[in-house]
Design a protein around this ligand. Sequence first.
Ligand code: F3S
Ligand code: F3S
Length: 105
Amino acid sequence: TYVITEPCVDVKDKACVDECPVDCIYEGERALYIHPDECVDCGACEPVCPVEAIYYEDDLPDQLAGYRAVNAEFFAELGSPGGAKSVREPVADHPVVAALPLKQA
Ligand code: F3S
Ligand code: F3S
């Protein structure tokens, strides 16, 4: 799966959402999250993010490695909706994201 990481927080450019062929990028209040079971690893989202927040899971830098679990755990209650358009967004953020200091928009 691909993973959205800390640079997305408080930026939420959403260029990635338009690229995803399976609509598996879901919106939280302060960041977006990729559904690990719905992502088909097409990679289309990664190059369009203006803040380079998106990584293939095996390419995550060490300091962002925790975001693999952050993305997965975001869906603990949502399950696998099969498409972000079927969910009323934004969904409450993962606690790791919610606890980050506010960045200037
Ligand atoms: Fe976030 Fe980048 Fe997408 S800022 S919403 S991961 S384009
Ligand atoms: Fe979508 Fe990116 Fe995965 S475009 S299918 S979230 S690699």
